[in-house]
Design a protein around this ligand. Structure first.
Ligand code: HEM
Length: 360
């Protein structure tokens, strides 16, 4: 490492003159400064700084995933950076508690001066959503129509440009679908898995039918439920059924990608799957954390505004509550549990497959 030429001064390095002079109260233009407006500004600024760091990590992860081949060392980097994003998100979720120390009445002291500005116009937040893979047409109607009318031309052009590029979701889908292991000549994972599931479901059905304690109606209800489970599993290996599930919005990953993700989860103890498993866990964590933030933010908004509309013109709490479920990206990874089998019931990997996995 080279020696530095000039002595670095803490405040200069961090440009604290700019950073600490960036809290200007709107309320001051209209009367006495509202005490809590400083908190409101600083909390938002802290969020935007962390968003900047999250995007820094996300862009690097995306550049790795956009390559045709991902080496193990790169997957290590992906896990490390996604993990960091997760930690930042946990911090962001906690910060809501700081904001909530402001009472709804204190907020009223300056809220009206902020119209029409809103967190809704946080371009970095939208960039995070888009980079993760949120598509405009899957947003709720208000967001599709109103958001793009409420930002300036440069921001609109920037986000529209981002929307043309594949997000993390698509990259992960491609990566999973490319997994070579499902195609190994001597091991048809699908056939083994299907057979094990069918055997297990047949056992469950026999237990139900032999249960004298169930009334005819109860037995019928249980059997209908079992049939639903059967259909879910069948779709995993049936192109037409899977397509139907996709059309109904019940699943977003491609069928091959979902099978790949499942394979990784089931056999995660195989050394070759350790890192992919960690990648999938980090993605699921990220989705969890984001959903928790949306939910906590929506609850805070209800507390601050009740059923009033937001400064950005949305229905406020109601709009935010809807985006909490609607804007999730990696739900399929969380739903994988539907298809898991206990380790003891797993079809064992044939030796030649194990060897092939170890050779990579
Ligand atoms: C008193 C505190 C807060 C209130 C009352 C509030 C209120 C709202 C409301 C009503 C919306 C919906 C859009 C609108 O009509 O304005 C919104 C969106 C948003 N707010 Fe907040 N907010 C608060 C604090 C924060 C903080 C601290 C952040 C951190 C950056 C934040 C970030 C966002 C983001 C990113 C959106 C867009 C969400 C989406 O479109 O899914 N808000 N907020």
């Amino acid at each position: 490492m080279k020696k530095n030429k000039d002595a670095v001064y803490y405040g200069d390095y961090l440009q604290l003159d700019k950073l600490l002079d960036a809290q200007h109260l709107q309320s001051e233009h209209y009367g006495p400064p509202a005490h809590d407006e400083t908190l409101f500004i600083i909390v938002h600024q802290a969020y935007e700084l962390w968003f900047k760091q999250v995007l820094h990590e996300l862009r690097s992860v995306l550049s790795i995933f956009r390559a045709d081949h991902i080496a193990d060392e790169s997957l290590m980097t992906v896990v490390h950076r996604l993990n960091r994003i997760g930690k930042i998100q946990q911090l962001l979720n906690q910060q809501i508690g700081v904001m909530e120390t402001m009472t709804p009445q204190d907020f009223l002291e300056f809220r009206d001066y902020l119209v029409p500005a809103s967190g809704f116009q946080s371009i970095q937040f939208k960039e995070i959503e888009i980079s993760l893979g949120l598509k405009r047409d899957s947003r709720i109607k208000f967001d599709q129509q109103s958001f793009y009318n409420r930002i300036n031309d440069a921001d609109r052009a920037y986000l529209t440009g981002l929307e043309q590029q594949p997000g993390l979701f698509e990259c992960v889908d491609d990566w999973l679908a490319r997994m070579p292991f499902l195609r190994l000549d001597n091991f048809a994972f699908a056939d083994h898995f299907k057979q094990t599931i069918e055997d297990n479901l047949a056992k469950d059905e026999a237990i139900l039918r032999n249960n004298d304690l169930l009334s005819a109606d109860e037995l019928q209800a249980e059997l209908t439920e079992l049939e639903g489970t059967r259909e879910n599993f069948a779709a995993l290996f049936d192109q037409t059924l899977y397509q139907k599930m996709q059309d109904e919005g019940r699943v977003r990953l491609s069928q091959r990608a979902l099978q790949g993700a499942l394979f990784i989860n089931l056999y995660r103890e195989e050394p070759v799957f350790n890192l992919p498993f960690q990648v999938l866990s980090c993605l699921a964590d990220m989705d969890d954390n984001m959903t928790i933030w949306r939910y906590r933010h929506a609850m805070m908004v209800q507390r601050m505004l009740g059923s009033k509309i937001g400064t950005g013109g949305s229905s406020g709490h109601d709009y935010l509550r809807k985006t909490t479920e609607r804007n999730r990206i990696f739900t399929d990874l969380l739903n994988l549990a539907t298809y898991l089998l206990p380790k003891s019931a797993l079809p064992p990997l044939p030796d030649e497959v194990k060897h092939a996995l170890r050779r990579g």
